[in-house]
Structures are given as structure tokens and as C-alpha cells.
Design a protein around this ligand. Structure first.
Ligand code: PMP
Length: 431
């Protein structure tokens, strides 16, 4: 459908956007900026902008040069919502106001219109390419966070009296276990709690229940920083994994899993989107009490469009998938992640005990790096000084304390190098 060319005038009351630092900045699309943005002179004076919605074949608006925003951004080490690739943000910015000549923002589109259908289909197809997902699996874009999946998984996969096995390697797998108690009979076959969640068990020592319908793991514990480097093979072949915090950070053999789920807000997009990859033959057996919104069959039969999906979030995930493919796919992405993690862990281990990471070396996460200071009284000062240097969100989770640097895909190498330089300097001044 070609859109009519309809020049019209838009009156924007506030802010009046005069670029302060970037004299070349002339993109009216960014007029949605908030009052905290220091790049604009926020004098309240109405301005009028002319724009024209043109045909859909219009060339996509070019993202503004990176230098126009780069200087204002911090290195954000948050665990999630987390830093997103700058390229993706700039592309989204350039398309925010008028998506590819459609005359509207993705936020304004019907989820049943052909524009949004093209967005969700491409997102799914790019994700399938990235993870090499076969046609035996459905890919679902859902809502409710990974937390909702803690209930949806037992509701869809087992009956209330069925036994299911859990390996509890940290707070997230523990939460999944507790929620599963309402809809099944879960059993913790290994727990790292007594060792403060610093380990992954040896698979040989695991005693799985012979009748367990699935084995649930958390592939990367976001709070404790322990990550599976390989995966156990459950007796009945049905492995279920929460990959929220290492999704798309490295290649994964999806065929080893019955179901993989992940909240988007760490590696692949904003919060509000939860991705479920499920073997098709597991769909369609939900318990009778399953709410319609938690029934995988409903979502699979409707291509994730049973109700209004988180359209903008899915669009953002799509841009991230495209960017990951542009980087050469997950093999290349993993190389970068390994390099960043190595630099940071080396700095911690080479500090003569000034910094410490409690996690067993062989299972240290490439994504979330928890560490403490030998002199714990200096931790608040460390975080304060780092923040002053534009390195933010380094405080550890409230349940474990210390520090945590989340270095997801979108954290540039420069961010980790800057953190390590700061750590060395802080040590020299405080040792
Ligand atoms: N699992 C893991 C591994 C997580 O890191 C998180 C969120 N930090 C969750 C589950 C819960 O996700 P949500 O807040 O999206 O429900």
C-alpha cells in the first residue's frame, strides 16, 4: 500500500531544540528528547516542523553520525535493562518518527498490518539464522518476563503430579524451582546454595529422578555470575534452560533443548519481550487451568499475535539480531565476549587479592562479573568514583553485595578497558 504524499505541519510545543554541542544536528525526529538531555537548549518556545509522509519505498533515514551522541553516553554495566548497541539505538532513533516511509512510528502501527508483520517475521527469521534453529522448533515473542515462564513451563509441559528436576545454581533457578512447586512436583537434584552459588555441578554426579519429565537449568546466573560452559543430558532428553542473561552471546546447539527462554532486556532488546524457543512436539498439552496468555499453543498457532504483542520491543530485538548478523554471527560475538571477560577477570586475579571474584574459574560468566574488594569498606567509594568517571551501575545485587560488572554483547571493549584502567588506578591509590 503506497501512502499518499501529504505534507502537513506539526506543532511541537516544547522543547525548542537548538543543538548545543552538535551544530550539524538537524534531525527533527529526535524532538522527543526529554528535559534531561543536555544536548539541547531547552527554552520553551513553540516550533513548527514541516514533514511529509511519502511512499513506503522511501530510503530509510540515515542514522546521525555517532559522534553526535557518543560523547554523552556512559558505560552502563547494569544487569538489565542493560546497554544496547549504539548503532541500533541510532538506527531506531532515525526510524522513530516515520518508519521507512510508512508515515508512522512502529509504536503506532497495527500489529496486524503488513508493516509490522514484516518486522516480526524478519526478527524471527534473523534469530533462526543466528541460532541455527530448525523448523522443528517454534519461536515465540511473549510478554511477562522470564518470571512468567517459571509458571508457564510446568503448566505447558507437565501434569500437576509429574516430577521435574531442577539444578539450582543461583537465585534465578531457585525462583524457577519455587514457582514450579505450584504446578508440578519439582525436586532440586543439586544446589550450590551452601557454597554461595559459586559452582556448576559435575554432570556425572547428578542423580536425576528416573521419572522426571524435564531437567531445568539456568544457563547463566545473572546475580552470582556462574555460567554453564556445556550442558547436561537429561535422562529423558528434555532439557529446559533459562538463558535470559546469556542469550545470543555465543552459539548454542538448540537441538539439545526442549525449551529455551530468555527475557530480552540483557542482550537483545528492551524489557517487555520474552523469547521462547520450543520444540513443536511439546506444544498442545497445557494443563486445563493454564491461562490463555500462558498457553504456548495459542501463541504458536497465532504466530505470537494472539493479542497485541510488545511491538516496539520486538522491533528493537529485530534491529539487534540484524546487528549481530552484521557482526558475523554468534561465533564472532562470542570471541569479543571472551576477550572482554578475560581482560576483566585477569585484572581481578592479578590484583594480589585487592579484588576478588568468588566464582570457580571454570564456570565464570562471560556476561556478569561479580567481584568484591578485600577492604570492603572501600566499595562505596569505588562505585562513587567509577560513576564520576561515567561508569555506572557497578553495584552488586542487593542479595550478594560487592560489585558486579555486566558486560553483555553491547558493552564495547573500550568500556571494559576503561573499567580495568580505573580498577588499577583505584588499587594504586588505596592498596
Ligand atoms: N532469569 C534470569 C537469569 C534473570 O537474570 C532474570 C532477570 N534479571 C529473570 C529470570 C527474570 O526476568 P524478568 O524480570 O524479565 O521476569
Amino acid at each position: 500500500m503506497a501512502m499518499a504524499t501529504s505534507p502537513h505541519t506539526l506543532l511541537l510545543k516544547n522543547p525548542n531544540l537548538t543543538p548545543l554541542k552538535n551544530p550539524n544536528f538537524n534531525n527533527p525526529i529526535t524532538t522527543t528528547t526529554t528535559s534531561t538531555n543536555t544536548r539541547f537548549n531547552l527554552t520553551a518556545k513553540p516550533i513548527s516542523i514541516k514533514c511529509a509522509a511519502t511512499s513506503q519505498t522511501q530510503t530509510p533515514i540515515q542514522a546521525p553520525p555517532q559522534t553526535q551522541t557518543h560523547q554523552d553516553r556512559v558505560f552502563n554495566f547494569a544487569a538489565g535493562p542493560a546497554t544496547l548497541p549504539e548503532k541500533v539505538l541510532l538506527k531506531a532513533q532515525s526510524e522513530l518518527y516515520n518508519w521507512r516511509g510508512s508515515g508512522m512510528s512502529v509504536m503506532e502501527m497495527s500489529h496486524r498490518g503488513k508493516e509490522f508483520l514484516s518486522i516480526i517475521q524478519k526478527a524471527e527469521s534473523d534469530l533462526r539464522t543466528l541460532l541455527n534453529i530448525s523448523d522443528d522448533y517454534s519461536v515465540l515473542f511473549l510478554q511477562g518476563g522470564a518470571t512468567t515462564q517459571f509458571a508457564a513451563i510446568p503448566l505447558n509441559l507437565v501434569n500437576p503430579n509429574d516430577t521435574v528436576d531442577f539444578i539450582v545454581t543461583g537465585s534465578w533457578s531457585d525462583k524457577a524451582f519455587k514457582e514450579a512447586q505450584k504446578y508440578s512436583k519439582p525436586s532440586t537434584i543439586w544446589s550450590g546454595k551452601s557454597e554461595k552459588y559459586t559452582k556448576i555441578p559435575s554432570f556425572h554426579d547428578l542423580e536425576q529422578n528416573p521419572d522426571a519429565k524435564f531437567l531445568h537449568i539456568c544457563a547463566n546466573e545473572t546475580i552470582h555470575g556462574v555460567e554453564y560452559k556445556d550442558y547436561p543430558s537429561p535422562k529423558n532428553g528434555l532439557l529446559v534452560a533459562d538463558m535470559s542473561s546469556n542469550f545470543c552471546s555465543k552459539p548454542v546447539d538448540v537441538s539439545k533443548f526442549g525449551l529455551i527462554y530468555a527475557g530480552a532486556q540483557k542482550n537483545v532488546g528492551p524489557s517487555g519481550v520474552t523469547i521462547v524457543i520450543i520444540k513443536k512436539d511439546l506444544i498442545g498439552n497445557a494443563q486445563e487451568i493454564t491461562p490463555v496468555m500462558l498457553d504456548y499453543k495459542i501463541h504458536a498457532d497465532n504466530n505470537s499475535l494472539y493479542n497485541t504483542p510488545p511491538c516496539y520491543g520486538i522491533y528493537m530485538c529485530g534491529l539487534v539480531f540484524e546487528d549481530l548478523l552484521d557482526q558475523g554471527g554468534l561465533v564472532e560475538v562470542e570471541k569479543k565476549n571472551k576477550k572482554k571477560a578475560e581482560i576483566l577477570y585477569n585484572a581481578i586475579d592479578g590484583s594480589n587479592g585487592f579484588y576478588r571474584c568468588p566464582v570457580e574459574k571454570s564456570v565464570r560468566s562471560l556476561m556478569n562479573v561479580p567481584f568484591t574488594l578485600e577492604k570492603s569498606e572501600l566499595e562505596a567509594e569505588f562505585i562513587k568514583e567509577a560513576t564520576k568517571e561515567n561508569m555506572v551501575q557497578l553495584k552488586g545485587h542487593r542479595s550478594v553485595g560487592g560489585m558486579r560488572a555486566s558486560i553483555y554483547n553491547a558493552m564495547p571493549l573500550a568500556g571494559v578497558e576503561k573499567l580495568v584502567a580505573f580498577m588499577k588506578d583505584f588499587q594504586a591509590r588505596n592498596a
